[in-house]
Design a protein around this ligand. Structure first.
Ligand SMILES: [Zn+2]
Length: 145
C-alpha cells in the first residue's frame, strides 16, 4: 500500500486493540499484509499526506490512543526507504537485500497493481476513507463531546 493507506488501515485496526503497544505491533503486521495485496504505490510526493494523516489521527484520538499507535506501526516500515530515497539509489524501487521488512527485501512479494493506474488511485482513496471511518477519525475532537 501507499503510506497514507497504511496509516488509515492501521488506525482502523488499532481501534480494536486493547493496548497501544499491541496496536503498534498489529499495525506493523498490517503493513506486510498491505504490501502483499496488489496496490498502486504513489511516489515520495505523498509524504505530507502520510504525516498529515498521522497528525489528524493523533489530534482526534490522542497521542496515546490505540488508533494513533496502530497507524504509526503501519507506517514505520516505510521509513526504511528514506535513506535510499535521499541518496536516489537507482535500486530503490526494487527489492533490496539491505532492507529489513520482508516485502521490501524480496522475501515476500510486494505486488503491483495490475489494472489501470486510475483504478488503483481510486482504490487507495476508498481504503483511506474507509479506514479512517472505521477508526472513528472522520470527526473533529469537538464532535466527540
Ligand atoms: Zn512497505
Amino acid at each position: 500500500m501507499t503510506g497514507f493507506v497504511h496509516a488509515a488501515l492501521g488506525a482502523a485496526i488499532g481501534r480494536y486493540c486493547k493496548h497501544p503497544a499491541l496496536a503498534f505491533v498489529v499495525g506493523l503486521g498490517s503493513h506486510i499484509v498491505g504490501d502483499i495485496i496488489p496496490h498502486h504505490d504513489m511516489d515520495i510526493g505523498e509524504t505530507p499526506l502520510v504525516f498529515g494523516t498521522l497528525a489528524q489521527i493523533g489530534r482526534v484520538h490522542g497521542w496515546k490512543s490505540t488508533q494513533f499507535w496502530g497507524a504509526l506501526g503501519a507506517v514505520c516500515p516505510d521509513f526504511e526507504h528514506i535513506p535510499y530515497e535521499l541518496k536516489k539509489d537507482p535500486r530503490r524501487f526494487e527489492p533490496m537485500k539491505e532492507k529489513f521488512i520482508p516485502t521490501h527485501n524480496g522475501m515476500l512479494p510486494h505486488n503491483k497493481w495490475p489494472f489501470e493506474d486510475k483504478w488503483g488511485v481510486m482504490l487507495n482513496f476508498v481504503l483511506f476513507i474507509a479506514g479512517l471511518w472505521i477508526a472513528g477519525t472522520l470527526v473533529t475532537p469537538s464532535d466527540k463531546t
